[in-house]
Write a protein that binds this ligand. Structure first.
Ligand code: CS2
Length: 452
């Protein structure tokens, strides 16, 4: 089968939306070629006349597929009425950082580059040799060459993600670049939202069938999409149809604690119970009721949502999105990197509940489910992969704790890089976690949920 590309685009059937005039250059350098970028920022950009160079840090599979297709690929939106397909044309160039480091630095320095966007996962900001180092070296070159202002926009699910990015990059700058950056580089915070499962064979087959051409970079996503951006750009702002605001922190907290918090909760409980997807986990008897209680009794009282928002109503909408039968988001995909995700998804909630003198018993169940997940066996004895940068630390601590639930809870609560005070030393939380661990061990996750 011939591939989708600029030439074959003209023969794509009218049922698939196609881009008009493609952008002539890339004002945006995006780092991280994952499915999320292709279904989120690249789609927002496709509705403008700006273009993107997409850079992959390591794996070159996606950018090679994109390059062979002149940057074109399909997004399938999977709603209740079936799939709606659209070819996206905003990506005009690709770059492989591992083998083209110089070109990557040139692109950061290039005055035509106005914005650098990032989807590199939570853990990438902790590795000074990785993306922060690249950004710092690129900024040094930019400061020396054009000196043109630049916005660096983190689109990863971290709280205060602009500040997190700035704090990862700033210490790596030499004095002259730091001085220049103070006035010329902005790190706005953002809240990004769209459920985008990893592409599977079904994704590629659906795209090929609709297009009549092969598409090795196709992605699929839910209909919902949202982007809230702190309105603090250095230099021009892309004309994205996003919400620009002065206060993005409230939106980040609402999304991280509610959507992502419940996502991780369902991922661990679901994986233990043998559910394949988040939708399957939510359909377990008792799971939806538990998710609703977790939102109403623990997540909602932990913070004040942005003006006009209700955490409970937002949570209900999130659960509807999780139940979308078109979206097959695997529990194991959401479960990965728990040590990097749970601080902002769960421990922040627990810390604020403790500070407010509230009970934390229900919030201890997702923690217990994560601990049991880290032990590596589902309830039916099947092996569960621990895909986490701290896997070795977590395993070692659990092994040293022996089998008692109290000791297991204490072992994980004691991981300083992950669990903040006062969460780590809270006796009620530790006891509740141990009690849930006992339940999970005796009855399994499915029955624990059903018995709630
Ligand atoms: C998910 C997110 O994989 C995960 O950890 O919780 O990718 C989630 O789907 C997105 O944040 C939704 O916007």
């Amino acid at each position: 089968m011939e591939s989708l590309n600029q030439k074959t685009l003209a023969s794509v059937p009218g049922t698939v939306r196609v881009p008009g005039t493609r952008p002539a250059k890339a004002e945006i350098l995006h780092i991280g070629a994952g499915a999320f970028h292709r279904a989120h920022q690249a789609v927002y950009t496709d509705d403008t006349d700006w273009g993107i160079t997409v850079a992959a840090p390591r794996s070159r599979e996606v950018i090679d597929a994109l390059a062979a297709q002149d940057g074109l690929y399909t997004v399938a939106t999977l709603g209740p009425g079936g799939a709606e397909l659209r070819v996206v044309g905003s990506i005009v160039d690709t770059l492989h950082i591992a083998t083209e480091n110089e070109r990557a630095l040139d692109r950061i320095a290039d005055e035509d580059t106005r914005v650098v966007t990032l989807t590199v996962t939570e853990k990438a900001y902790r590795d000074p040799e990785g993306i922060p180092g690249l950004l710092a070296a690129g900024l040094a070159r930019r400061a020396k060459e054009s000196g043109a202002p630049l916005t660096i926009l983190c689109c990863d699910n971290l709280p205060d993600n602009g500040k997190t990015t700035r704090e990862a990059v700033e210490p790596l700058l030499d004095d002259a670049t730091r001085l220049w950056a103070e006035d010329n580089v902005a790190f706005p915070s953002t809240m990004v939202d769209r459920i985008v499962p990893a592409s599977t064979r079904a994704t590629y087959e659906r795209a090929a069938e609709a297009l009549g051409f092969a598409d090795d970079a196709a992605v699929e996503a839910e209909p919902f999409t949202q982007w809230v951006i702190e309105d603090r750009f250095a230099g021009p702002r892309p004309p994205w149809d996003a919400t620009f605001t002065d206060d993005v922190a409230g939106w980040e907290r609402l999304k991280l604690r509610t959507l992502n918090g419940v996502h991780s909760t369902l991922a661990y409980l679901g994986a233990l119970a043998g559910a394949e997807t988040i939708g399957d986990a939510l359909a377990l008897p008792g799971a939806r009721g538990f998710a609703e209680r977790l939102i109403a009794d623990q997540i909602a009282p932990s913070f004040t949502p942005p003006d006009g928002q209700s955490t409970v109503a937002y949570g209900q909408a999130v659960l509807e999105r999780f139940a979308n039968p078109g979206i097959r988001h695997r529990c194991l995909q959401v479960a990965m990197d728990g040590s990097q995700k749970l601080p902002q998804r769960l421990f922040g909630t627990i810390a604020d509940l403790i500070a407010a003198g509230e009970r934390v018993e229900l919030a201890a169940l997702p923690l217990a489910a994560w601990i049991r997940f880290c032990l590596g066996r589902a309830d039916d004895g099947a092996r569960l992969p621990l895909d986490d940068p701290l896997a070795a630390v977590l395993r070692e601590r659990l092994a040293a704790a022996g089998g008692s639930p109290e000791a297991l809870a204490g072992a994980i609560l004691g991981v300083r890089q992950v669990v903040p005070e006062p969460v780590a030393s809270n006796a009620e939380l530790r006891q509740a976690t141990a009690a849930w661990l006992t339940d999970l061990d005796r009855h399994g996750a499915a029955l624990t949920l059903e018995n709630l």
